[in-house]
Design a protein around this ligand. Sequence first.
Ligand code: ADQ
Length: 745
Amino acid sequence: MKRILLFILPILILVALGFAVSGVMQARFTEDKLMDDLKRKARSVDEGLELSAKYILINNDLKQANRLVDSFQKRERLQGCVIYDKDGQILAITERFSDFKQRERPYLKDILSSKLPRGALEKFKEYSVYSYILPVLNDDESVLGMVEVVYDTSYMFTTLTELWRKISITSIALILLIVLTALLIQRQIFIIPVRRLTQWFTHFQRGETDKLRPFAEKGEFGKLISEVEQVALSIRVARRTISDEANVRLQKNELWTEAKLKDLIHAKLGDNSLFVVSNREPYMHVFDENLGKEICIRPASGVVTAIHPILSACGGTWIAHGSGNSDRKFVNSQDKLGVPPEDNRYILKRVWLNKEEEQGYYYGFSNEGLWPLCHNTHTRPIFKESDWRMYKEVNQKFADSILNELPASSPFVFVQDYHFTLLPKMIKDKRPDAKVALFWHIPWPTPEAFMICPYQNEILEGMLGCDLIGFHVQNHCNNFLDTANRLLESRVDTEKFSVVRSGKETFIRAFPISINPRINDGLFKVDPIRQVEKLKKEFELKDEIIAVGVDRIDYTKGIVERILAIDRFLDKYPEYKKKFVFIQLAAPSRTHIKRYHDLIGEIDELVEKINWKHIDGNWKPIIYLKKHFSQDDIQPYYRLGDICIVSSLHDGMNLVAKEYVAEKDDLSGALILSQFTGAARELTDAILVNPYSIEEFADSIKLAIQMPKEEKKRRMENMRSVIAENNIYRWAANIINEMVALKKI
Ligand code: ADQ
């Protein structure tokens, strides 16, 4: 619009100026001409009256004089006639000008003495009139009197107004015509070709066109098209080369790395890049009150921790809720931005939710309903009809946003978690060719537990829109198959591990999620040993045994049980007083939900109480750091920790356990791990505990402290090789391989 205005406005101004100048000139000319006509007319009428006036004045014929002046009264428009005697006294006057009798008219004397006629404009009432006075001379050249004709000039102004009206109408019509023509020309020579080029490039990007050339065009635009053609060609060649090289490298049997995953994606998915959708976004822009400016943070979320390295490696588009209070400031017109901000590796598309949507879909149905439903923590799920309605609406909103992005041929959509159970079906209904996978990051409950959900059928049907559903562990897969078998009219194939419903088959597989163990490859931003020393100094630590816990504040993470176990440990083994310190890093989350709000208060109080109970001089057993840390800031705590405590009451996987192990490259340290985490199935060398059994938990802390160095080393080595082998790249590769294999079934 701005550009069109820039194009049209100068033309408009010039045309309008042209019309204004020529209009003024034409009006002037017309006005002069009309005035001239009037003067001539007045003079000739007056001269025509001269003889009659002479006769009247010589004979002093008042009757004739009045007849003459009265004849003007009948004329249309304001016209009049006055006959004066030789002293300048009025003998007869047209009635409508009788006011002249009262007027002082000093110039009459001048006319009588000079014997010269006089024509001038005069004011009469509200009118402007033209008066022409002619002296009437006798044969001996003596003055007999005067005769005056008066003409109203207002018709001149009417004529001029009419003229201006015509000039304006013509100008406006011409201006409109010029603007229209300019717009048509601009559309023809600029907008249409640009639109065609944009369409061609969009299709090319989506892999929908095989045409090598956008279209033929000459001149400057032709040069632009040729440049676009070159870029497209380079992209085509690069894609092909990468895909060939990728196939070669994939044959090698090495550990899964970022590069290898990249190769796999290029080889198996080709140009069809990955579309990931999750509720939590990988980067949030928030206003930092202390710094007084916007900052970009990585949220504390297992999903983000896991998926970010994959998209960093392979590119693609991540669609997520833009929940940062400054998020809108950092997106383009399509609500997209390149991330990481300092090194754009993939596209983040933010979906906006209003308060009502966020409350109903996220806090309500997802986190007060589905989250407790899927975790055995004895927290009662809350299902509200209004929350469910919002949940459905938001799923549809995300579906629309994704469908907008999908390329023409076989895209791969990878949906994350319990926030989007309805999304797979919504996508499949519109794009049956799309391959849709859902990864369920939390546990799947037994059919009996799931059955209490009032919307069980819609949820299962939505999920079964997928080609593949992944869970962390086989047990969750089994629970899901049982649930589908019991609650839906479907066929469960226990050999293929799939659910068939209405002719559509969904495969169920276990893919234990992991982390990117690159964190121990020496690429630290800050020297880790110096960081550890800094922490020791900050917390005035000397040779104490340090245990750490790193969690979102969530009732499933067993933070309360952990603190109770520490209390019991110190009661039971008082010799460790002043020799043991537990540091808990805790990121508040979902604080608008009462259960979470209450939990924050409960933990605050408990920490206070236990510290007060055991405090001795400068020593207290628990250092509680309630805030969100960056990944770089968490690493030194893992290094500092002789022990890491993960005590979830129920957890899909738990990445903190894996992060701790990955960080311990000196093979020191011991992991105390709840047996109710998915991670416990893989990290069998951890000290496994039942967090509900405070006694056993307390003893496991002692066991971790007293474990011989060699034993710790052996266990840590085993756990590290599990994580190195089963890293996040293998996890993603397994899912992609499975999807590609499914295509061929
Ligand atoms: P979460 O329940 O979020 O994820 P988890 O696996 O424990 O869980 O990962 C939490 C992540 O947040 C870790 O990367 C951790 O470093 C980070 N974090 C923890 N405390 C933090 C703090 N104070 N500041 C900043 N970051 C912090 C869900 C499931 C899990 C599953 C993951 C991945 O509940 O079972 O393992 O998804 O699938």
